[in-house]
Design a protein around this ligand. Structure first.
Ligand code: SF4
Length: 311
């Protein structure tokens, strides 16, 4: 098998992590590389395992996404389903499986295929967590699915399967030689327009529209869709509200500028600033956030803890 190369790449989530804490990118992009191999150094295996960690928030998002995709598929097949059916069929198996995996410790041997939850791994970082959180999680997923059925599904009822755009698991496009990962939740074509939807099970954030603009850029660069034929929708499922914007050329220019600026900042942490070689500076050069509240939610807490204690 050809040797895997750790190439420099960009994604909105990687850029967000980098903004929050430089060290986080070091752990996830560089220290974790090769950590899937049982013969890799322990620190690489630990970083790789921690990089795969979930939390109740990410799990909630995944379960919601699974359920709304199921509801949508059923609708397209001519079947109208209930919230309970969606939860029982699509969300509950995922949540139960994740819970069992996390509790069993199966992720120690195979972190790629087994969920490890932050709440189980770092109980000391969740001192005030209500023990009923699994019930709240279920209620939250059901609320999101209900809102999806009431506010989103009617708008998507006419979309035919053949109008949907296939999104690869690691969907990406090339921008001046840089691989940019952009993985929208749901995209379809209608009358020449491209409609790009993102499901959000959590709270609104001002940066969400920037993320959607990156998806707009993906449609333009990879598929040649003119800006005026791209529409983006952030579906806030908890609130049952949509934020929609017609894309403009200026918006895509801003998205492009964001990628260029952010990737240059990231390259500053590489030897000779050389993104082609993509060799990281020593770990100590990657600044740690001074905000310990962010650390308390971070999957890499275990790796940074010795430095916190020294400080
Ligand atoms: S624990 Fe804190 S300092 Fe360490 S990577 Fe996470 S956010 Fe950064």
């Amino acid at each position: 098998m050809a040797e895997l190369i750790n190439t420099f790449s960009w994604s909105f989530s990687a850029a967000s992590d980098f903004e929050v804490c430089r060290r986080k990118r070091y752990w996830s992009k560089y220290a974790a590389w090769g950590g899937w191999d049982a013969k890799a150094p322990e620190i690489a295996r630990t970083a790789y395992r921690l990089n795969k960690m979930d939390s109740r928030h990410t799990l909630q998002g995944r379960a919601t996404e699974e359920a709304v995709r199921w509801v949508l598929g059923e609708k397209q097949a001519g079947r109208t389903r209930t919230v309970d059916e969606a939860y029982e069929t699509a969300a509950r198996p995922l949540l139960n499986g994740a819970w069992k995996q996390s509790k069993s410790g199966a992720w120690r041997a195979d972190p790629k295929r087994n969920v490890c939850l932050h709440e189980h791994y770092y109980p000391e970082l969740h001192p005030d967590l209500d023990p009923k959180w699994p019930e709240f999680l279920k209620e939250h997923v059901c609320l999101c699915v209900r809102n999806f059925m009431e506010t989103v599904l009617p708008r998507l009822a006419e979309v035919r399967v053949e109008d949907e755009v296939t999104i690869e698991k690691m969907e990406s496009f090339e921008l001046d030689g840089l691989t940019v990962y952009a993985i929208p939740d749901y995209v379809y074509r209608q009358n020449g327009d491209w409609h790009i939807h993102d499901w959000k099970a959590g709270r609104p954030h001002p940066d969400h529209m920037k993320q959607l603009a990156i998806y707009g850029l993906w449609a333009q660069v990879k598929h040649g869709v003119p800006a005026e034929q791209i529409k983006v929708y952030i579906e806030y499922l908890k609130e049952g509200r949509v934020a929609m914007e017609p894309v403009t050329a200026a918006m895509l220019d801003e998205a492009r500028a964001l990628i260029v600026e952010s990737s240059m900042d990231m390259a500053d942490y590489l030897r000779d600033g050389d993104a082609r070689k993509n060799k990281p500076l020593p770990r100590e050069e990657w600044d740690m956030t001074p905000d310990r509240r962010i650390c308390a939610r971070c999957t890499f807490y275990e790796l940074c803890k010795p430095e916190f204690e020294e400080a």
